[in-house]
Design a protein around this ligand. Structure first.
Ligand SMILES: Cc1cc2nc3c(=O)[nH]c(=O)nc-3n(C[C@H](O)[C@H](O)[C@H](O)COP(=O)(O)OP(=O)(O)OC[C@H]3O[C@@H](n4cnc5c(N)ncnc54)[C@H](O)[C@@H]3O)c2cc1C
Length: 270
């Protein structure tokens, strides 16, 4: 049996140690969060606009996370600077050990540029797991909604639930961007795919229309909303309008139209 070495924690075990700001962040985030010296082992063109990046790391077999959580990558830019960007853990195989992230190739931006060009053997530092939005164990049904960037988190969480407890509404550019996923009961995750057909990814019009019309299930539900900041706020308002309570809605802005994400990897709030 091969035993993984312990993951790097507060710098121990990471080649050269973490940058001082990473060490400070790790100290603040607490014991469940580690620093990972990731190596890319494979890439896959999942759709024309989404690239899957598989990574491994010393000690990754000990990685522990809840579906919906993410990694904060220190993305290198061409001028030598690094940018923190967050990507959902799409899946994790402790035996390999390997972890997949699925990145939207949206165009400009350090992370999108890195993801488009990254090759097996490349390395990147990450801190994780991060994120508080995970499946609500008290909910009787679950609604996931968002744009392309929300697809990995939505499917990662939906896969842990029975298909008949799910309402999933995801907006992508076209049929070529759709993905399949399997619910915990072996049935397909029932996704209502919306197609922008070339419209801007922050328009949100179709998502709002679909949420206004969606057949919500009986009992206590929980909604998980992610994507462009303004669209997420509008989706949240639409669900409040439909009678869901604020505590039934986890709304997480992932990016903001026309603005780079801030140093903590999330969009700056207006
Ligand atoms: C908790 C969390 C989990 C996330 N998980 C994922 C994930 O699994 N997969 C994923 O692809 N993204 C995910 N995101 C979103 C991702 O971190 C952002 O899209 C990020 O802005 C990308 O960084 P960048 O360097 O490419 O672009 P930035 O430098 O941040 O932005 C540059 C420009 O690109 C635009 N832009 C940024 N993202 C998008 C987009 N998705 N579509 C269109 N335009 C965009 C901005 O408006 C800006 O004009 C997540 C975000 C958070 C906070």
């Amino acid at each position: 049996m091969v035993t993984d070495p312990a993951p790097a924690r507060n710098g121990t075990g990471n080649a050269g140690g973490p940058a001082p700001e990473s060490a400070a962040l790790l100290a603040r985030l607490g014991d469940e969060v580690s620093l990972w010296d990731l190596e890319v082992t494979a890439t896959l063109a999942l759709t024309p606009t989404m690239r899957r990046i598989r990574v491994t790391a010393p000690g990754l077999g000990a990685f522990s996370y809840r579906p919906g959580q993410d990694l904060m990558l220190s993305v290198p830019a061409t001028d030598g600077a690094t940018f923190r960007r967050r990507y959902t853990v799409r899946s994790f195989d402790p035996a390999a050990p390997a972890l997949d992230i699925d990145v939207v190739l949206h165009g400009d931006g350090p992370a999108a540029t890195w993801a488009a060009g990254v090759q097996p053997g490349d390395r990147i530092e990450a801190i994780g797991p991060r994120g508080k939005v995970t499946v609500d164990p008290g909910a009787q049904w679950h609604l996931f909604a968002g744009d392309d960037s929300a697809v990995p988190a939505s499917l990662a969480m939906a896969e842990t639930l029975p298909a008949d407890r799910l309402v999933v509404v995801l907006e992508v550019d076209g049929a070529h961007d759709e993905q399949q996923a399997t619910a915990v009961d072996g049935r397909p995750v029932p996704v209502q795919w919306l197609h922008r057909g070339g419209a801007a990814p922050d328009s949100g019009a179709q998502l709002l229309g679909a949420l206004a019309a969606a057949a919500l299930l009986a009992g206590l539900g929980h909604a998980y909303l992610a994507g462009e900041l303004g669209v997420v706020a509008a989706m949240r308002a639409a669900l409040l309008e439909r009678g869901m309570a604020a505590e039934q809605i986890s709304a997480k802005p992932y990016w903001r139209a026309g603005r780079a994400n801030a140093a903590h990897g999330e969009p700056e709030r207006p």
